[in-house]
Design a protein around this ligand. Structure first.
Ligand SMILES: C[S@@+](CC[C@H](N)C(=O)[O-])C[C@H]1O[C@@H](n2cnc3c(N)ncnc32)[C@H](O)[C@@H]1O
Length: 584
């Protein structure tokens, strides 16, 4: 079966499997075509289907080529007229011949369709098509985190975003239309919002890991955790694809003291080996490899918190699988238009439900039925649910798993900071899990409590949307400590939840305070002398630079990217020698 026949099936048949197009394509076994190619063809054809339907009908293609079904005509017309590569079939293939003999007529119809839409060029038409077919995401800004391991905000403003006008508010970004505008986020450091429409993935900054596309809310957990040199090693318990792991690495880099300090490691666990490979790629691209140890396929719950190698783990970021109900545009699928089949021709079995029936149909509508029965978590796993009771049971199962992750993290002997986050909007997975964690034996025994709003990093303290008091049993301090965000509330972010837990080591009798050896101001920032050296609590005097400066200087690469690559190669060898896996 050709790519086009397989794609036509996805385009026309009501899904029997449920789930988004992406999930259905990637889950389908025995596909002859590459799932990536197939998915791209179907989704792009949907985007262009209104224009292509007009072209096919006006050119009478289906009357002239009786072997073509409406879906095949749509897919082939897409590749013939729109795709750079043309039709992906041998020149003598019947389908390709059927299309190419009408190329002149179809191309003229494309020009007329473009002119009817008042688009002076194909580029403008493409822009229009993309906008018209954009889903929920188009109402949101695009969030971009500047990766401080590879670049700085200033550098990016002068390079990647040099032709963007500075916006004074997020509203300006949302109202900017096609104008390129940029807004520097007031809550999360190194984060900007830009107008939708530009494909940043093609830029040098994206390819080289200088910028990372990451929703603002997804930046909250690492920022709230705020790992500092005195916190020791860090755990990212559920790490793939790695947005938060790489954010943690950038924050460690930003907080790296100029003076002698133990080097810090991020232990990144990922239960799913395939996703762990994505994590590895992201960690490498973001320049975080040196500080990150990935546990491929390792279940965090099977890891022994008391193992020697975790003795210095002071901070843990927990971002476990959840219902994903806060994700923006997860299932959005462009509206599909189908050319009408010629009158005399009976609709082929493979075209049932497409033309003749309502000519326009939203994939979402087809999937709505499925949606009632299917919930998809943020890892893309789907569960078929038949009733409200099923939904409640699924949320309870997720909540029980999420709670077990927190309780496991609470056991790490040196841990004093934990963040827990979900991209869910459900109380059951959010405040209710927090309350259950705080009420647990391990929390009580070890002195874990909520990180109060007043003790949070400045940007999180200022963020106005807080936890819901009701599921916190009216305990406002806990609700205020929880941070929420909601879709469609004008703040331009996804639905999200994060809470921090802290404890002092006195809580379990180990006797040291949890904010490290340096004097801090009321924002929790380390006090420094005029040279920027941190002031020690023990002596009241700044730390001496001796020793470290020379060592640092000796570590500096001579320069050049080539050297960086060489370094990488060496690190790989080093890693292989040093790292023997996590075990339990
Ligand atoms: C919400 S995603 C994490 C997203 C990630 N923190 C990021 O920001 O890019 C949850 C991840 O946790 C992984 N996971 C689920 N249970 C796990 C466990 N017990 N141990 C380790 N990883 C787990 C899933 O495979 C999935 O990749």
């Amino acid at each position: 079966m050709s790519l086009y026949h397989e794609a036509a099936e996805f385009l026309t048949k009501s899904p029997t499997e449920g789930g988004s197009l992406k999930a259905r394509v990637f889950r389908r076994k025995n596909l002859k075509s590459s799932p990536n190619q197939l998915y791209a063809l179907v989704i792009e054809t949907c985007r262009w289907s209104e224009v292509l339907t007009e072209i096919i009908e006006r050119s009478d293609l289906l009357k002239l080529e009786r072997k073509l079904t409406p879906a095949l005509a749509l897919l082939l017309a897409h590749d013939l007229l729109i795709s750079k590569g043309g039709i992906a079939l041998p020149q003598s293939h019947g389908l390709r011949v059927s299309m190419e003999r009408h190329k002149g007529r179809l191309t003229s119809e494309l020009t007329l369709a473009r002119l009817r839409r008042k688009a002076p060029s194909m580029a403008v038409l493409k822009d229009q098509v993309l906008k018209a077919s954009a889903g929920e995401e188009s109402q949101y800004p695009r969030w971009v985190r500047v990766n401080s391991l590879r670049s700085t905000l200033e550098d990016q403003l002068e390079t990647t975003f040099s032709n963007y006008a500075r916006a004074q508010s997020l509203d300006e970004i949302m109202a900017a239309g096609s104008e390129k505008k940029i807004y520097i986020d007031p809550h999360v450091p190194n984060l900007v919002a830009i107008t939708q429409g530009t494909d940043l993935t093609k830029t040098e900054a994206y390819i080289s890991g200088k910028v990372i596309l990451q929703d603002k809310a997804s930046c909250f957990p690492a920022y709230l955790l705020d790992p500092r040199s005195e916190d020791g090693h860090v755990v990212d318990a559920c790490a793939a694809p790695g947005n938060k792991t790489t954010h943690l690495a950038a924050i460690l880099h930003d907080h790296e003291p100029e003076f002698e300090a133990e080097s810090q490691i991020i232990y990144a666990f990922e239960k799913d080996s395939k996703r762990a490979q994505t994590l590895e790629k992201m960690v490498k691209a973001a320049g975080s490899k040196e500080v990150t140890r990935i546990a491929f396929g390792q279940d965090f719950l099977q890891v022994d918190p008391h193992a020697e190698r975790f003795a210095q783990v002071g901070a843990l970021l927990l971002d476990p699988s959840c219902s994903g109900s806060g994700i923006v545009g997860r299932d959005s699928m462009p509206e599909l238009h189908m050319p009408r089949a010629p009158e005399s021709k009976k609709a082929k079995a493979s075209d049932k439900g497409a033309p003749g029936n309502p000519r326009k149909r939203k994939h979402a509508e087809v999937e709505d039925d499925e949606e009632r029965r299917t919930i998809r978590d943020d890892d893309g796993n789907e569960t078929v649910l038949n009733s409200e009771r099923d939904v409640a049971a699924r949320l309870e199962a997720l909540a029980a798993f999420q709670l077990s992750i927190i309780l496991h993290a609470f056991q790490f002997p040196a841990a004093t900071k934990v963040t827990y986050s979900t991209c869910s909007i459900h109380d059951q997975e959010n405040e209710e899990v927090v309350m259950r964690a705080l009420a647990s034996d391990v929390a009580k025994k070890r002195g874990w409590r909520i990180l109060k709003r007043g003790d949070q990093v400045a940007g999180m303290r200022d963020w106005p949307v807080r936890g819901r008091p009701k599921p916190c049993n009216g305990e406002t301090e806990i609700a205020e400590g929880c941070i929420r965000s909601f879709k469609n509330d004008g703040r331009g972010v996804m639905g999200f939840f994060v809470a921090g837990f802290v404890r002092t080591r006195e809580g379990d009798g180990t006797g040291s305070s949890d904010d490290g050896p340096y004097v801090r101001d009321e924002d929790g920032m380390i006090l420094r002398d005029v040279l920027g050296m941190p002031v020690l609590k023990s002596t009241g005097a700044p730390v001496s630079l001796e020793g470290k400066t020379q060592e640092k200087r000796a570590e500096q690469p001579v320069s050049s990217e080539e050297e960086e690559e060489d370094d990488d190669a060496e690190e790989e060898d080093d890693d292989e020698e040093e790292w023997e896996g996590f075990g339990s």
